[in-house]
Design a protein around this ligand. Structure first.
Ligand SMILES: [Zn+2]
Length: 290
């Protein structure tokens, strides 16, 4: 309960800050796009925003002290007063479809898409991992559908969750006639299968892409900081709706990813957020793809 309140107010503060440009710690949002091949698919990581949080235990290391968090950051050679998270999305170019996975908070994503050579009306499907504002905020532009020709896909549990969220009332009302839900485990579009990763939100999913035996797994918000989430995956996270299930899912998923060595995309890891999870003693570390 408590976790969801924190998560919500923080996400909202982020969305509002970006909308008004009044967030002192928020650097100007610069567009960026990076593409690579996955079998016969072309994948493009799209940058949306940069999110800087003070090290104050409201999000990372809930129930611990800023000193404990500082030690983890320091050991990784990172800044110890603030924690920076990237906000990114993924574009998948298939022969007949152009699929966007998550939409950012409404930062530079549209410019990043243009940089990659596409228009918003080219997008045929928008796949949502979960309904937090930094993933669904970019669904609207000037109060209208930002991707006017796209079918919007999310798990049925997540759509139910979004509809109970008063702060998303405008988004829900605008997208309602364009949403098509699915049950986790379903192949949502050709070559992209949803995977239940509950805890962060009730209907949170990841998306596994497969083309010509090459694989990429968008793990959504299973992890947030490429340092803290991997060194201390057991620390409660203020963003999680259910901290206990969130922790279980995080640890189980990281173990699986370290064993399978598969290529993943993590929307909040340093852009472009593509790489591998590696075991490192009793915890994990991030290995960005070259
Ligand atoms: Zn997020």
């Amino acid at each position: 309960m408590h976790g969801s309140r924190i998560s919500f107010s923080v996400c909202l503060a982020l969305a509002t800050a970006l909308a008004t440009g009044a967030f002192a710690q928020m650097p100007q949002q610069q567009p960026s796009s990076k593409s690579f091949k996955l079998g016969s698919f072309v994948i493009v990581a799209l940058h949306d925003a940069e999110f800087v949080r003070p090290n104050d235990n409201t999000i990372f290391g809930v129930g611990h002290s800023p000193e404990e968090v500082r030690d983890v950051l320091k050991a990784a050679g990172a800044s110890t007063d603030t924690i920076t998270l990237s906000v990114d999305a993924l574009l998948v170019e298939e022969p007949k479809k152009l699929i966007l996975i998550d939409t950012g908070v409404g930062g530079a994503l549209q410019q990043s898409l243009a940089q990659a050579g596409f228009k918003p009306e080219d997008v045929t499907d928008v796949l949502i991992t979960h309904s937090h504002p930094d993933h669904v905020g970019g669904l609207l532009k000037d109060g209208k559908l930002a991707f006017p020709k796209a079918t919007i896909r999310m798990s049925s549990l997540e759509w139910d969750f979004a509809k109970t969220n008063d702060q998303l009332a405008d988004v829900v009302k605008t997208i309602e006639g364009h949403v098509k839900t699915f049950e986790p485990g379903a192949e949502v579009v050709t070559g992209i299968t949803s995977v239940s990763l509950k805890g962060h939100t009730p209907g949170h999913v990841g998306y596994e892409m497969v083309s010509d035996k090459e694989k990429l797994f968008d793990i959504g918000d299973t992890v947030h900081s490429s340092i803290i989430s991997l060194v201390r995956p057991d620390w409660p996270l203020g963003f999680d709706t259910d901290a206990t299930i969130g922790e279980e899912t995080r640890i189980q998923t990281l173990k699986k990813l370290a064993a399978s060595k598969e290529l993943i995309f993590a929307p909040h890891f340093p852009f472009p957020g593509v790489g591998h999870i590696q075991s490192d003693g009793d915890h994990f570390k991030w290995v960005p793809a070259s």
